[in-house]
Design a protein around this ligand. Structure first.
Ligand code: PLP
Length: 637
């Protein structure tokens, strides 16, 4: 172990680079969490968290939430804006909102609202269900509530109810016709709305969500529509209700230049409207503040080439510069950062339950009498491998012969036994080639993929579709690391596969030493010992977008709070039980208790017929019911 240090592990897993100051590898090789950046004394060993979960009998996989991280991120965003505004001598305030679509879980929103109260931090909703949600939360009196998305009449009425209750609710018009219906309903109810206009931007964000900007953007008004809207409100005697200009050019903006461009464009529109006499008070720059998922600090799609401080400075100084030149007042600034608030606070912890490896097949390949020439050819090839220096040729021959052998098998020329020998020899050749290539100076392109094909697949007790939807849907890279043993050199290169019956249920893009790579070095599994891994930065979108593919339901959740006085520096504040099998079946229209009765009736019939003993029948009935009420994932203890 002397040739492997924590620094080596850090270089490999890049924990500090994606960890946002919250995660690092401890001297004992375990993953540590420091959830309060201002207080490094609070240090939680993730291994202790797992031990406590085991003691409480919580089944894995588990979502672990660190509430202190949520609070820290809310504070960080708000204090960064405050200090930058002060430093720039900017005349407006910062009044940020949290867009609940990023993670609508009640406990998450509650924590954000609570941590944000002292900053007048508000909420954003993008649908009727979300609007009903945010109306029930008590933010501070000054905090804004911003409503985006397409709206019907009911939505408008709910927004005006919020106005009636004294909330600073701003309805952002995405589509011109919404303005007409809002004005009509506001007059009918005699309640003054506060109106925002979303501008369709010509700037496109770089990254996966670039279509949120540009001419074909789904949302927003053209410049002509914005001017018409301002005139219309004036005609209606409602000029004073138009207070906010909104734009949002996409999530996870990877390049700071798109932020600068959007702010410049938005600031110009704001300034011109002010000069036209529109009394705008707020400019809302939307979301987009990115997260460095892969630790590369680059414009790759899972990263970004800036940090929060730089983003904030570009918004504040960008707006100030244009306003000062145009001699208009500095507007209050609003952002709708969601990803940046929630991504770090939660992770998924699960264990590896098996290893799948083709090249480890053990099968006797000794020559048999009258064996088919295809088998002896493959064996000869294996033997010439040591003396040959043309690796590509051997690779080509072996690959072609393996395919031909399958054809020959289908034509009944090669037997099942012979096919097994050919396959085994093929994998032996590939392993040996791979070893030899490690010493080679030049590796032909096709052979570079050998590493991936020969690597193990670690079978993980979770579902990609439930817990990491974006890795499947849009190739989002999420950091994966073992929770323990990082003081040990990892000797197994592997990718991860989940327990769904879907070959897309896999992860083969990892944060690694050389950027994103298709295999991750892990530790060999030891018999009788758990090997836990964590999937990190799952708090934004992933947490709430999962589906029930294969009827794997929601995960058990553990909410962790830090406590400096506790010997382990934490306590489990709450355990939220995940879906049981009967929960997911009910969603699919089954009636689990009727199913249990049906199965009992069938068992009773067998008991009556004597094929099952009565005592045994009772046991089977109970077992079926227990499983119905159990967890949907593999039971490992
Ligand atoms: C999704 C969305 C956001 C959140 O964006 P993040 O990149 O997660 O900060 C903000 N505003 C609007 C209008 C959105 O649609």
């Amino acid at each position: 172990m002397a040739d492997w240090t924590i620094d080596d592990a850090e270089r490999l897993y890049r924990v500090k680079r994606w960890g946002g100051g919250y995660f690092e590898i401890g001297d004992n090789g375990n993953l540590h969490i420091t959830p309060v950046p201002g207080n490094p004394e609070v240090r939680i060993d993730f291994h202790s968290v797992i031990e406590e979960m085991k003691e409480e009998g919580i089944q894995f996989p588990v979502v672990v939430r660190f509430h202190d991280i949520l609070r820290s991120q809310v504070a960080e965003l708000n204090t960064t804006f405050r200090s930058t505004i002060e430093e720039a001598d900017y005349q407006g305030r910062y009044l940020g909102v949290y867009p609940v679509k990023v993670n609508q879980m009640r406990e998450v929103v509650e924590e954000i609202v609570d941590a944000g109260r002292q900053f007048d931090y508000g909420l954003e909703a993008g649908s009727k269900a979300e609007l009903l949600t945010v109306l029930a939360f008590q933010t501070s009196d000054e905090a804004l509530t911003i409503l985006n998305g397409y709206k019907d009449e009911e939505f408008m009425r709910l927004a005006l109810l919020g106005r009636k209750l004294g909330r600073k609710i701003i309805v952002v018009v995405e589509k011109y016709s919404e303005l007409l219906s809002l004005v009509r309903i506001a007059k009918e109810l005699d309640i003054d709305p506060i109106i925002g206009l979303r501008s369709k931007m010509t700037v496109k964000g770089r990254g996966k969500w670039e279509s949120s900007g540009g001419d074909r953007a789904k949302f927003g008004l053209t410049i002509a529509e914005i001017i018409n809207a301002a005139r219309y409100l004036e005609e209606q005697g409602l000029a004073h209700t138009l207070q906010l200009l909104h734009f949002h050019i996409g999530s996870q903006l990877t390049d700071i230049r798109s932020v600068k461009d959007a702010v410049a464009e938005g600031a110009r529109i704001y300034a011109e409207l002010r000069k036209m006499g529109v009394d705008l008070r707020y400019v809302d720059v939307g979301g987009g503040l990115g997260i460095d998922y892969d630790g590369t600090q680059s414009t790759s799609e899972s990263s970004r080439n800036y940090n929060m401080k730089e983003y904030v400075a570009d918004v504040v100084y960008g707006m100030k510069e244009v306003c000062d030149l145009e001699e208009v007042p500095h507007p209050n600034l609003v952002t709708e950062s969601g990803r940046a608030i929630t991504a770090h606070h939660s992770c998924v912890i699960t264990q590896i339950v098996g290893e799948i490896k083709n090249s480890q097949i053990k099968f006797d390949t000794a020559a048999a009498e009258d064996e088919h020439v295809m088998v002896s050819n493959m064996r000869d090839l294996f033997e010439t491998l040591e003396t040959s220096d043309n690796m590509q040729e051997i690779f080509n021959d072996a690959s072609q012969w393996k395919e031909q052998a399958m054809d020959a098998f289908k034509l009944r020329v090669v037997s099942l036994q012979e096919l097994a020998k050919i396959e085994t020899l093929y994998w032996q050749i590939m392993s040996r080639l791979h070893q030899k290539l490690k010493e080679a100076e030049f590796v032909p392109e096709e052979l570079q993929e050998l590493e991936y094909h020969l690597s193990s697949q670690y079978l993980c007790n979770f579902s990609v579709f439930q817990s990491a939807a974006d890795t499947w849907a849009i190739d989002q890279v999420l950091p994966v690391v073992p929770i323990t043993r990082m003081n040990e050199k990892p000797s197994v290169k592997c990718s991860l596969v989940d327990i769904t019956c879907d070959s897309d249920g896999k992860i083969d893009q990892f944060v690694g030493e050389h950027g994103v790579q298709d295999v991750l070095p892990m530790h060999p599994i030891k018999a009788g010992e758990d090997y836990f891994i964590g999937l990190f930065l799952t708090g934004a979108y992933q947490d709430v977008m999962g589906d029930m593919h294969n009827l794997f339901g929601r995960l058990n959740e553990v909410h962790i709070f830090s406590d400096d006085d506790d010997p382990e520096d934490f306590y489990i504040e709450e355990v939220v039980t995940g879906s049981s099998v009967s929960n997911v079946l009910s969603i699919m229209q089954y009636n689990p208790s009727a199913m249990a009765q049906d199965v009992k009736r069938i068992i009773d019939k067998h008991v009556a017929a004597g094929s099952i003993k009565p005592r045994e029948g009772v046991k089977w009935t109970d077992f079926y019911e227990d499983c119905l009420h159990g967890y949907t994932y593999l039971k490992t203890r």
